[in-house]
Write a protein that binds this ligand. Structure first.
Ligand SMILES: [Zn+2]
Length: 463
C-alpha cells in the first residue's frame, strides 16, 4: 500500500529525456516518487491510500521561484509608476526599515499562501533582516509545507552601488552582528523541516558590503555547504560601481571575491558582456531572471537568449510584489518568452520548453536541489502540481507543454503536493488559514505606510 497514486493525467516530466505522457501515472510513497510512466504500466501495480483520477489535468513538477522577497509582499500595488531607485529609496526601504516583526510575518505568510495557490512549491527568499523576526518567518515556511532557501542579509556598509548611505537606517546592521546571526541561523535551522529548509547567506548588493565581508560570505558558505544569493548587475550603476572602485566588470569583480560557482545565484543579471557570460557558464553560476520586474521598471533586458546558448543556468523569479505585482510563475514563464522574442525579433526562441525548464529543473539547480526536485522521476521527492485544463481557455488541447506556457495562469492550479504531502487540494490550502491571512494583511496595510511616512500612489483620484 503506497500513499498516493495519480493516474489518467497528461504528464510533463521535465526529465533528462523531456518525456511527456498523454495518459500518465505517478506512484508516491513516503514523500518520494516510487514509479512513473503510462497509466497502463503503472496504475495496476499499486494500491494507494489516496487515488487521484486526474483526467483532464496536467501533472508537472512544482514551480520554483529563484528570487523573491518574503518581506515585500505587503508592498503590492503601492507604487506602480515609479523609477527603480526612487522606489527603493523612498518606498521599499523605508517601509521595510520600519517593519515590526508582526508586519514581516504577515507579509511572509501572504507570500507563502500566494505561492502555493499559484503552483510554486519551492523558493529562494533573498535577505532577511533581524527586525523581521527571522525564526518566526522560517517556522511559518516550515508550517506551510513549502520547500525554501531562506537567506540572511549580511552587510557592513550602508550604501547601494556608488550611492553611499542610500539604505534606510532601519535596515542597517553591523558586519559583526549580521555575520553572527547568519551563523546562528545556519546552525539552528539549516536542514530542518525534513530537509525542506536551507539557510543561505545573502550579501547586500555592491556598495553594501566591503571586500572582506564578501570574502567572508564565500568562505563561510562553503564551510557550511549553504548557498549564496545576491542582486548582481541589476542596474547600470552596479557596473559603474565595480568599474570605478575596482576596475572590473561585475562578474570579474565576483571572481576576484570567490563569488562564482554552482552555489551562487545572482538575481537579475542584466548588464553582462560576452566575457562575463562566458565566465558565468564556465563556473556554473546561476541567474534568477525576473522578466516582469525588469520590464515594469525598465531596468534593462537581460541577455537571456545569449546566456542560454552559452550554457548559463537560468531560473525564474518574481522579485518583490511592489515591482511585479504577483508571484505567479506562469505569468513569469510567458513574459520571459514574450520579452525576448520581441526584443530579438525572433518568433522561434526562446519557447515553452525553455520557459518550463527555467521554472522547474533550472530553479532546482539554482537551489542546489537538482538531485531531489525539479523534475518528475523515480527516486525524487514528490513536489508536483495538478493544472486543471478542463476550462475554455485551454480547449482544444493538442500539446500540454504549449498550454502550460501560453494559456495557463496560477489560478488554474488545482492541487499542490510537496514532499509527498497534499498542501493544496481543489484550491483549498490545507496548511494555512487563507481568510485569516487575507484579513491580517488588510488590517495592517495602512499602519505599515503610516509608520514609514509613505502614502500609496493612486493612478486616478479615489473618492
Ligand atoms: Zn530582488
Amino acid at each position: 500500500m503506497i500513499d498516493i497514486l495519480i493516474k489518467n493525467c497528461m504528464l510533463i516530466t521535465v526529465n533528462s529525456k523531456r518525456e511527456v505522457y498523454h495518459d500518465g501515472a505517478i506512484a508516491i510513497d513516503q514523500g518520494k516518487i516510487v514509479d512513473i510512466g503510462s497509466t497502463a504500466d503503472v496504475a495496476p501495480k499499486y494500491e494507494a491510500r489516496t487515488v487521484i483520477d486526474a483526467k483532464g489535468f496536467v501533472v508537472m513538477p512544482g514551480l520554483i521561484n529563484a528570487h523573491m522577497h518574503l518581506p515585500q509582499v505587503m508592498m503590492r500595488g503601492l507604487y506602480d509608476n515609479i523609477e527603480a531607485m526612487d522606489k527603493l529609496k523612498n518606498y521599499t526601504w523605508p517601509i521595510q526599515g520600519c517593519y515590526t516583526e508582526e508586519d514581516a510575518l504577515v507579509s511572509a505568510k501572504l507570500g507563502l499562501l500566494e505561492m502555493i495557490k499559484s503552483g510554486t512549491t519551492a523558493f529562494i527568499s533573498t535577505g532577511l533582516h533581524p527586525r523581521y523576526g527571522i525564526p518566526a518567518v522560517i517556522q511559518a515556511t516550515i508550517d506551510s509545507g513549502m520547500r525554501a532557501a531562506i537567506s540572511k542579509y549580511v552587510m557592513d556598509l550602508g550604501g547601494y552601488a556608488l550611492d553611499n548611505g542610500a539604505l534606510h537606517k532601519g535596515m542597517h546592521e553591523t558586519g559583526e552582528a549580521s555575520k553572527k546571526q547568519a551563523l546562528e541561523l545556519i546552525e539552528e535551522w539549516n536542514g530542518c523541516g525534513n530537509g525542506r529548509i536551507q539557510i543561505w547567506i545573502s550579501p547586500r548588493s555592491v556598495g553594501g558590503c566591503s571586500v572582506d565581508l564578501f570574502r567572508w560570505v564565500c568562505e563561510t558558505a562553503r564551510e557550511h555547504q549553504v548557498g549564496i544569493t545576491t542582486h548582481w548587475s541589476e542596474v547600470q550603476n552596479n557596473v559603474d560601481y565595480t568599474m570605478d572602485s575596482f576596475g572590473l566588470r561585475p562578474v570579474f569583480f565576483a571572481k576576484s571575491l570567490g563569488l562564482l560557482g554552482p552555489d551562487v545565484t545572482f538575481a537579475h543579471g542584466i548588464y553582462f558582456d560576452d566575457a562575463e557570460i562566458d565566465l558565468l557558464a564556465k563556473t556554473g553560476t546561476n541567474i534568477a531572471h525576473c522578466p516582469i520586474c525588469n520590464s515594469k521598471l525598465a531596468m534593462g533586458v537581460a541577455r537571456v537568449p545569449e546566456m542560454l546558448k552559452a550554457g548559463v543556468n537560468i531560473s525564474l523569479g518574481n522579485d518583490g510584489m511592489g515591482v511585479n505585482n504577483t508571484a505567479d510563475l506562469f505569468r513569469e514563464m510567458r513574459s520571459m518568452v514574450l520579452l525576448h522574442r520581441a526584443v530579438q525579433n525572433n518568433p522561434l526562441f526562446p519557447g515553452s520548453a525553455e520557459a518550463i525548464e527555467m521554472a522547474t529543473r533550472n530553479g532546482a539547480r539554482a537551489m542546489m536541489m537538482q538531485d531531489r526536485v525539479g523534475s518528475l522521476e523515480k527516486g525524487k521527492q514528490a513536489d508536483l502540481i495538478l493544472v486543471d485544463l478542463k476550462q475554455p481557455h485551454f480547449v482544444p488541447i493538442h500539446d500540454p507543454v504549449s498550454e502550460v506556457v501560453w494559456a495557463a495562469n496560477g489560478n488554474d492550479v488545482d492541487t499542490v503536493i510537496i514532499d509527498g504531502k497534499i498542501v493544496m487540494w481543489h484550491r483549498t490550502v490545507l496548511t494555512m488559514d487563507e481568510d485569516a491571512i487575507l484579513g491580517e494583511a488588510e488590517a495592517i496595510k495602512d499602519k505599515i505606510l503610516k509608520q514609514a511616512g509613505v502614502k500609496a500612489q493612486h493612478i486616478w483620484a479615489i473618492r
